[in-house]
Design a binder for this molecule. Structure first.
Ligand code: MTE
Ligand code: MO
Length: 529
């Protein structure tokens, strides 16, 4: 006689309600995980401080009596914040286990348990000193997500009514569904939480940037003389100083790098005798801070193009920094590396010899905007941006042009990129129609490091007539020009050319931007009627 022992199938056999409690506790924990993930995700949109965990942690700090705080700081030291967050999470975890078990008995208790937690988070977030009503959103999202996941995970464990009614089986137990739902929950929590942290970092760096205090320059730029900006009198003329928000932006970064000021390091490597690294505070705290007006230009700027802008830059002299590190005479290239891996190859000679070459951290009275290289970039008057203006600058490697090609040089752009003299007509624009008679023709002209001495305008085949210039501020910044011309009715071609202070007259020989910058006179065709 043979007896067959029944082998219990763990996936099919209905457990007794007692065996379900650990699963219910796990359901509570997973629901909490998803809730926290949802909270972080929404906090990524609302602001990092509205995160339920951070808000509750902050509230605990605020409510903790001083002796306990002192004890915590003594015990955990600089990790006291981490200890607080870990403690908060452990507490939430224990509570979640309980909520899961209660929810198995009665769904309403489970839902209530989650909602109480959400309410605590929301309350903590809106009652912060800087709290607003929207700060409750992450906690509310967390509560909604938590409730949905809790109910979804408790469902395969059996009907709560049945348990309450004393049904010993409490309905069928569907372990497979529990496992699948649980796995989906873990995945969702990870994606939401990770995404939220990324979003929060964006807003975090924006607010940390606003908190950077710029030093007073040891060598300030002279104030603009009254009436210096001719744009005040001529409509359509480019302003003398370009607003940060209107400044052209050229880079290869799909998303601008976000560097926390406290994390920032500038490393010097390669051909230095005594290379060191600098924090942002090291640079901000230097005694040799300078402020200069400099016009930046992109090599890709077409004749008449808009890829140029002028700003008042604040930073430290580059030559002093390089010399402090013992730059070796054999280096002819500085390979500047940006946080995102971009490389810009700068002639060492220019970095050492061009007056006012700097590492800039301020732009028009503000910390560098994130898209313009926060926290530190290079600016060298007279060189196109692709060989001189590395944004998000984290490393300067002193090397040679023979040893390595930078990003644009690998793409066959010129190795050295001096800015060519240029002038542009801003108004009237191409194909503009206006009444015959006197009308202002105006624009800007630049020849960084040398300065603009003269701008001349020609209408049709007439003589070159000298335009009025804005006051000479600095050789590194463009000058505005304006000329009133009496237009006879009909079509006209207006052309401009500039002359530098060292006598170079802008050539009318056309060159495309590739590979070394455009040249040629800018003309517009207009109709006076
Ligand atoms: N990290 C990094 N820096 C960079 C670039 C870049 O792509 N990445 N582009 C350069 C180019 S081609 C120019 S013209 C200037 C433009 O600076 P802006 O965007 O502040 O006007 O930045 C330079 N610095
Ligand atoms: Mo550029």
């Amino acid at each position: 006689m043979t007896t067959t022992l029944p082998i219990p199938d763990p996936l099919a056999s209905p457990d007794r309600p007692r065996g379900r409690a650990p699963l219910a506790a796990l359901a509570g924990l997973l629901a909490a995980l998803v809730a926290l993930g949802a909270g972080e995700l929404v906090a990524g949109l609302v602001g990092p401080a509205s995160s339920p965990v951070v808000a509750v942690g902050d509230a605990v700090i605020a409510l903790t009596p001083e002796p306990v705080t002192a004890f915590a700081i003594e015990t955990f030291g600089r990790a006291d914040k981490v200890a607080l967050v870990v403690g908060t999470l452990l507490l939430v975890g224990a509570y979640a286990l309980l909520v899961g078990v209660l929810g198995l008995r009665d769904r309403r208790l489970g839902v209530l348990g989650v909602l109480v937690l959400g309410a605590v988070g929301a309350l903590a977030a809106v009652t912060r000193p800087a709290g607003e009503a929207v700060d409750a959103l992450p906690s509310l999202a967390a509560a909604v997500a938590g409730v949905l996941v809790l109910l979804a995970l408790l469902a395969p464990l059996g009907r709560s009514r049945a348990v309450v009614d004393g049904d010993p089986d409490g309905g069928a137990l569907d372990r497979r569904r529990f496992v699948v739902t649980g796995a989906v929950a873990v995945g969702a929590a990870a994606v939401a939480g990770g995404g939220g942290r990324l979003l929060q970092r964006r807003t975090e760096v924006t607010s940390l940037r606003a908190g950077v205090e710029l030093p007073v320059p040891a060598s300030p730029a002279p104030p603009l003389p009254a009436g210096a900006d001719l744009a005040a009198e001529v409509e359509g003329l480019t302003p003398l100083v370009t607003r940060n928000g209107a400044f052209y932006r050229i880079d290869t970064a799909l998303v601008a790098p976000r560097i926390r000021p406290a994390d920032y390091r500038l490393e010097m490597t390669g051909m230095f005798d005594a290379p060191r690294s600098y924090t942002l505070d090291d640079l901000l705290g230097r005694p040799d801070v300078i402020e200069r007006d400099i016009t930046l230009t992109c090599v890709s700027n077409e004749v008449g193009g808009a890829l140029a802008g002028s700003a008042r830059w604040l930073g430290v002299p580059l030559a002093a920094l390089l010399r402090e590190n013992g730059i070796r005479p054999a280096s002819d290239q500085l390979l500047c590396r940006s946080q995102d891996g971009m490389t810009i190859g700068t002639p060492t000679r220019s970095a050492l010899e061009v007056e006012d070459a700097m590492l800039a951290f301020g732009m028009n009275g503000e910390p560098l905007p994130v898209v313009h290289g926060f926290p530190v970039r290079m600016v060298i008057p007279g060189l196109y941006g692709y060989v001189s203006a590395c944004k998000w600058l984290t490393r300067i490697e002193a090397t040679t042009f023979d040893a390595v090609d930078a990003f644009w040089v690998k793409r066959d752009w010129a190795v050295e990129g001096p800015i060519t003299i240029a002038s542009r007509i801003d108004t009237p624009e191409m194909l503009r129609e206006f009444p015959a008679g006197p009308r202002a023709v105006a624009g800007v002209a630049w020849a960084q490091t040398r300065g603009i001495a003269r701008v001349e305008v020609r209408v049709d085949d007439g003589d070159w007539v000298e335009a009025r210039l804005s006051p000479a501020l600095d050789a590194d910044v463009w000058r505005q020009w304006v000329l009133v011309h009496d237009f006879a009715p009909g079509r006209h071609v207006v052309t401009v050319r500039a002359t530098s202070t060292d006598g170079e007259v802008q050539t009318d020989e056309r060159a495309a931007p590739f590979p070394a910058g455009a040249s040629g006179w800018h003309s517009v065709e207009v109709l006076a009627g």
